[in-house]
Design a protein around this ligand. Structure first.
Ligand SMILES: Cc1cc2nc3c(=O)[nH]c(=O)nc-3n(C[C@H](O)[C@H](O)[C@H](O)COP(=O)(O)OP(=O)(O)OC[C@H]3O[C@@H](n4cnc5c(N)ncnc54)[C@H](O)[C@@H]3O)c2cc1C
Length: 461
């Protein structure tokens, strides 16, 4: 019998599992990946000595992973995908596909650490093979040792572009250009926060050293606004624009590449929390996150959340939140344990850094002028910007949800994970209004968390 069930084996979930187990609570840790570690410590080896070059600090990750594996109070289900979650009068029911079979887990005490995924912005040609997310390029490298292309443009915004560019160089690829939409001087006002988070600066310099060795020219205040395919349909070049502070295009040039890794930060994966009925709120960066109190508890008693799903902030903040969630969940089931001042201080320090990140890497509305009417917005259901406009202008859609019902955007395989956020912004622009929190929250909620085999549904209760 497990007292605490944790979903997600990344920095937050691993930290939560260890903290709960140390407090005396038996734990079940469920993760969809084949190896523990989540996004940050995604790896293809179990031994530290074989650590591949893609990591800044896999040592910490392996320490946590091995500690989790060593604790008899923690049972781990890897390659276990939760596809449905419901909450009925305090009882949470998770439906998990594990080793090809559906298992049902009932628990009153749950910690959600489901992380985040790359945010993309649509532009002409973003669906050409070779245009990828930085997370996709990095997952291939970290998880499989595969380099996505030889001549790579890394673009978008945020510090995550650095490990991806460094990773490509280390794997023998050429980073043709590293393009950051925001100016580096945006960090100046966060000088004190930088000083108290020197480990993050050390990490940034670790990547910058490799990038400089690769003689890569970083350009600030630029963005990829179009991609072009060769006769074989694969990526041949991208248009790079100098942009103003609102992301409006000033001057455009074309450069050749075979892969473009383009990402605009991350979007919290709140789908499981949303299915359970956890309260969601719109954060400062306009992403939808799970609301938690000072003990990482959601509005549902006994359901806790930690890591990127409560707001994008990086692995250190995820670990700090995970520890608090683990202790709080153990306390909830009767263990004699308390959250210390040191734990709260550590989280607060990491949270200040996360806030500084949001300030330094904003995404301005000028991007909404990059796509044209032919640009596909929903790739799964092949809905173009022109179709979305038609739903507003001719069919009378008055919000993104109605536009979705008219066009099927966001109803395909990814259930709006890729396009949902952009659709909300683009429909609001068409209506000449600002997106409401209701629009944003309704775009991230989906009753089936992940596609499942029909047979599982047929056999289900
Ligand atoms: C692709 C990608 C690459 C990243 N690389 C870096 C990097 O190099 N450096 C950096 O500082 N930050 C990186 N980040 C940011 C990173 O998310 C955080 O720093 C950190 O990993 C967050 O920890 P977490 O525990 O909150 O979530 P994650 O590490 O994302 O872990 C979440 C885990 O939950 C599992 N999960 C989610 N839903 C379900 C479900 N329904 N059923 C079962 N399991 C589920 C996932 O498989 C995953 O293992 C990356 C993010 C992404 C999306």
């Amino acid at each position: 019998m497990h007292n605490v069930v944790i979903v997600g084996g990344g920095p937050a979930g691993l930290s939560a599992a260890l903290a709960a187990a140390a407090a005396g609570a038996p734990v079940l840790l469920i993760d969809s990946n084949s190896r523990l570690g989540g996004q940050y410590w995604r790896n293809s080896v179990d031994e530290l000595e074989n650590q591949n070059e893609q990591h800044f600090d896999l040592a910490t990750g392996l320490l946590l992973i091995n500690a989790v594996k060593a604790r008899k109070e923690i049972e781990v289900w890897s390659e276990a995908q939760i596809w449905s979650a419901t909450n009925d009068e305090g009882k949470n029911t998770l439906r998990v596909i594990h080793q090809g079979k559906e298992k049902i887990v009932n628990t009153a005490n749950l910690i959600l650490c489901t992380g985040a995924y790359d945010r993309t912005l649509p532009f002409p040609g973003w669906d050409i093979p070779g245009v990828m997310t930085p997370g996709g390029v990095q997952s291939l490298l970290k998880g499989h040792g595969v380099l996505a292309g030889k001549q790579v443009v890394v673009a978008g915004t945020g510090p995550f572009l650095l490990p991806v560019a460094a990773g490509v160089i280390k794997a023998g690829g050429e980073v043709v250009s590293l393009i950051e939409a925001n100016k580096s001087r945006r960090w100046v006002s966060s000088f004190i926060v930088i000083l108290e988070n020197l480990s993050k600066i050390k990490e940034a310099f670790y990547y910058i050293k490799t990038i400089s060795r690769g003689k890569v020219r970083a350009q600030f205040g630029y963005a990829v606004i179009a991609a072009h395919a060769a006769d074989n349909g694969e990526l041949e070049s991208v248009d790079i624009a100098k942009i103003n502070r609102n992301f409006k295009v000033k001057k455009v040039k074309n450069i050749k590449c075979d892969v473009a890794a383009i990402g605009w930060g991350f979007t919290a994966d709140t789908s499981l929390a949303g299915s359970l009925g956890c309260k969601q709120v719109v954060a400062k960066d306009e992403s939808v996150v799970v609301w938690v109190d000072s003990e990482q508890q959601t509005n549902i008693p006994g359901v806790f959340a930690a890591g990127e799903i409560t707001g994008i902030g990086g692995s250190d903040l995820s670990m700090a939140e995970g520890v608090i969630a683990g202790i709080a969940a153990a306390k909830f089931v009767g263990c004699k344990v308390d959250i210390s001042k040191a734990h709260r201080k550590r989280r607060a320090k990491r949270q200040r850094f996360a806030n500084a990140l949001i300030k330094a890497y904003p995404i301005k509305t000028g991007w909404q002028l990059w796509p044209n009417d032919q640009t596909t917005i929903c790739r799964c259901e092949e809905v173009s910007l022109g179709d979305l406009k038609f739903s507003v202008e001719e069919l009378g859609a008055t919000d993104s949800r109605t536009a979705k019902l008219f066009t099927r955007c966001g109803m395909g395989l990814c259930q709006g994970r890729i396009c949902g956020r952009s659709v909300v912004d683009l429909v609001a622009k068409e209506l000449n209004v600002l997106p409401t929190d209701i629009d944003r929250i309704s775009a991230v909620n989906r009753p089936i968390i992940t596609p499942i085999p029909l047979g599982v549904l047929a056999q289900g209760e």
